[in-house]
Ligand binder design. Structure first.
Ligand SMILES: Cc1cc2nc3c(=O)[nH]c(=O)nc-3n(C[C@H](O)[C@H](O)[C@H](O)COP(=O)(O)OP(=O)(O)OC[C@H]3O[C@@H](n4cnc5c(N)ncnc54)[C@H](O)[C@@H]3O)c2cc1C
Length: 492
């Protein structure tokens, strides 16, 4: 599936990597590219190393809202953290948003100003929407309650924040790459980092057997690909879905529901007039019966409330959420002060990713953003520890549940678009058929051994433990895994 933003020629990158840099940034999403640009602007010799292509994972598949009103995020943080920490979160996002829109203004990246809305679709959702309204007010946002907004779908009331923005994420990334290269930085794609030594000089090892060294390494890989710090166990990978439609009158608002099922709505300019974008249907990666059914649910909803809408694009993506709604940004434990991470944006990474880049760049220069100091004072209350335990209990349930697989012999061969997991001896084996090609892989995640499930919308093998994903042939697509599925065997 291809997102509206990624339906274009791939971003041009460099072919050559030096043996040594001041700073290596791993990952060419918004976090990696803004970090790389800030470091290059400060005179440092920088390389961004991307495993796939620019924007391939989350940033190129976002819904592109650049907003300080972020669903029910602020009330969630205020429930779990002090007001000072929640204010620091808003401050970080405000700075991230301001930097991003200034960059767009200075480099002709188009964006549209829109009012952001967190709304209740039904009266039962009003408490959540009201709580967000109150939290936003407490934290200094100038929100206004709107009883009605004239939208064509169920709306029971919501909180609104004027003058937020929306953009095309790939236009942004393309321009960031151009600027970074103009500042003397290097961006290479198709080069996967598979590890970094714990001792000796700071360096990264690439899949092709080469090694590149640097003073600092920033892991801007969504979830960190090194297990030091156990971030994979502190965040939950959440996948959701999006569709673009031709429609004569999409609302000129950026809406997201406070109640379930989540519905996210915005418009987008195109050469054929404004398009309607609908998103939602989030779930933990690998823990759903059919991912295609989630897209169908969004299609049904759109058909009901925007009759005549004609679909142009369908896509899905995942992001990582922490137990308390705050990202993890800073030095990697046991990284000797030379490795940095940023993760846990909970689907609000366009502002959080830039804030992380600003913070990491400061840290590399031996400084600290004021809000970063406050956020680092976040507390893990007993309830927070319980939420982390809950994330990992769900992981445990999947480990145990996965043992009860049928013998592969008793399963029929998959038909087109299908993937099935069975046991061959002690091993879980996944068989899939995509575009007439049947593949068999060991369906065991190379990160921590979770049994993979078939994603029938994206046609991939997804891990229900920590969100790693693999192609039908076993290549790594995303997540904490860095190695392809073992013993992948193509049978036809
Ligand atoms: C469906 C959806 C809608 C969203 N909508 C919004 C929105 O409207 N507004 C908003 O603010 N946020 C939104 N988000 C969240 C936002 O898009 C993300 O938080 C943000 O894009 C994450 O950026 P990133 O740079 O951290 O990660 P990514 O964009 O995923 O970049 C990480 C990069 O690292 C690369 N990489 C990974 N491992 C390796 C390796 N071993 N070696 C080399 N490279 C590697 C990957 O290939 C990838 O390109 C949404 C998220 C989702 C899932």
């Amino acid at each position: 599936m291809t997102s509206l933003w990624r339906d274009r020629t791939p971003v041009e990158t460099d072919a050559h990597l030096d043996e040594r840099y001041d700073d290596i940034v791993v990952g060419a999403g918004i976090t990696g590219l803004v970090t790389g640009l800030l470091l290059a602007r400060s005179g440092r010799h920088v390389a961004v190393i991307e495993a796939r292509d620019v924007g391939a994972v989350t940033t190129g598949n976002t819904t592109g809202k650049v907003s300080l009103l972020q669903g029910t995020r602020l009330s969630r943080i205020l429930e779990r953290q002090s007001e000072a920490v929640a204010r620091a979160y808003v401050e970080a996002n405000r700075e991230g948003q301001a930097w991003l829109l200034r960059f767009c203004d200075e480099h002709d990246v188009s964006y549209q100003r829109r009012t952001a809305v967190t709304y209740a679709a039904a009266p039962q959702g009003l408490d959540a929407a009201r709580s967000e309204h109150d939290a936003a007010r407490t934290l200094g946002l100038d929100v206004v309650w709107a009883e009605s907004l004239g939208v064509p779908f169920p709306y029971a009331g919501g909180t609104t924040l004027e003058d937020q923005a929306q953009l095309d994420a790939m236009e942004l990334l393309d321009t960031l790459v151009g600027e970074l290269r103009r500042e003397g930085g290097t961006v290479v794609s198709g080069r996967r980092v598979i590890g970094a030594p714990l001792t000796g000089s700071t360096a990264v090892h690439l899949e092709d057997g080469s090694q590149v060294s640097a003073e600092n390494v920033v892991l801007a890989t969504g979830v960190p690909i090194l297990d030091r710090g156990l971030y994979f166990a502190k965040v939950e990978p959440d996948r959701s879905y999006a569709l673009a439609f031709r429609h004569p009158s999409p609302p000129e608002l950026m809406l997201i529901s406070a109640d379930a099922p989540t519905r996210s709505v915005r418009d987008a300019p195109s050469c054929e007039g404004r398009l309607l974008l609908i998103g939602g249907e989030g779930h933990v990666v690998g823990r759903t019966r059919s991912t295609a059914a989630h897209l169908d649910a969004l299609r049904d909803w759109t058909r009901e409330w925007f009759p005549g809408a004609e679909e142009t694009h369908a896509w899905s993506a995942q992001d990582y959420s922490s137990h308390d709604g705050l990202p993890f940004v800073g030095a990697l434990p046991r990284g000797r002060g030379h490795f940095y991470v940023a993760t846990g944006y909970g689907k609000w990474g366009l502002t959080n990713g830039v804030a992380a880049a600003l913070s990491l760049t400061k840290q590399i220069h031996g400084q600290r953003a004021g809000w970063q100091t406050s956020i680092s004072r976040r507390i893990t209350r007993p309830s927070g520890a319980m939420e982390i335990a809950r994330l990992n209990a769900a992981v445990g349930v999947h480990l145990v549940g996965d043992l009860a697989l049928a013998e592969l012999r008793s399963l029929r061969r998959p038909s087109e678009g299908e993937g099935r997991v069975g046991r061959r001896g002690a091993l879980p084996v996944g068989e899939s058929c995509v575009e007439g090609r049947t593949c068999a892989v060991v369906a065991m995640c190379t990160h921590l051994g979770g049994t993979l499930t078939w994603n029938d919308a994206e046609r991939s093998w997804d891990c229900p433990l920590h969100g790693s994903r693999f192609s039908p042939e076993g290549d790594v697509l995303e997540g904490p895994a860095t190695r392809p599925l073992r013993n992948a065997v193509t049978t036809t």
